[in-house]
Design a protein around this ligand. Sequence first.
Ligand code: NAD
Ligand code: DAU
Length: 339
Amino acid sequence: MNIVVTGGAGFIGSNFVYYMLENHPDDKIICYDKLTYAGNLETLEKAQSNKNFKFIKGDISNREEVEKLFIEEKPDVIVNFAAESHVDRSIEEPELFLKTNIIGTSILLDACKKFGIKRFHQVSTDEVYGDLPLDRPDLFFTEKTNLHTSSPYSASKASADLLTMAYGRTYNIPITISRCSNNYGPYHFPEKLIPLMIINALNDKKLPVYGEGLNVRDWLYVEDHCSAIDLILQNGKVGEVYNIGGHNERSNIEVVETILHILGKPETLIEHVTDRKGHDLRYAIDPTKIEEELGWTPKTSFSDGIRKTIDWYLENKSWWEKIISGEYQNYYERMYSNR
Ligand code: NAD
Ligand code: DAU
């Protein structure tokens, strides 16, 4: 099988590339990525020597480039990770999110219609369901929960989901969609909560917690997300949506305190800053469908996963030091100074 992984130079996409190269040595994995600020070829360094791996620089929202990809690589499967993925950036610059996440997905789907495909898998997010109240721990997102988005990012991802389903029904494209909770693990770009807090703590910098830090996220170790997508590709029912999550709910402040504790750094590094606009309160996935239909279970608990993640950042300083010494500094200044 020729499997095209769009966005494979980013956090989850790169972990998926490594997962597939290891678990499916008979498949060819083609990473198609625009290499935006979030894409990093160094992340794929260990894959480059694998004869089953190929990297192509390209933009999902460029029709000509996408058609060339289909003509030259003849993909059997597309797994679409490519996206603008950071909520705070979507609040600053919504239009880019519409272009990449909506138009880009539609161009990939058009190419599937034109050239044919065995499976188009859209990597979506639990954020399409909006949020749950903090005082109702009995409520969870199921696949039947209404789409109810809060940020330009989540609205763009929900739009892409709707387009994917529409192309499935109208043009009979064999689609599947997965909606996963918050991932963490190796190669996570330092703009996101967990790597940002690990790196700031290591550098004895303040840890900027939005508001009181009581918002809750449902954390999943990235490899467990990869195994879930792999199962959906193999045994998932065409046309279906699968929620992915491992019941690892933590408030942001709990996560930050855990990181400080593991690193032996003082809690005085925590600084409460102005809250995110429209900040979703709580995400919590009900993964019953993927567990019962496909037999998926997550392998890594939060306590093991966070230690493995911290160890990875300790052992791979050069990967993140390069990132935070570049354009990231302007981003950080824009987002956090005088906040
Ligand atoms: P990321 O920002 O780390 O990586 C995104 C990748 O997409 C980068 O390599 C970037 O260069 C590439 N890209 C961006 N625009 C592109 C374009 N126009 N054409 C081709 N490539 C482009 O993101 P991530 O955290 O790895 O998320 C990957 C996917 O998973 C996204 O679709 C996101 O919505 C979804 N998701 C993320 C999480 C999470 O916790 N991070 C959870 C659930 C779902
Ligand atoms: O739920 C899945 C989603 O998880 C994905 O679809 C997104 O691509 C991914 O970015 C992530 O979105 P979040 O907004 O939940 O992740 P983020 O790491 O940006 O923030 C996690 C929580 O931490 C959130 O409540 C905001 C808070 N936060 C974040 C940052 C960056 C802080 O308190 N301080 C910070 O500096």
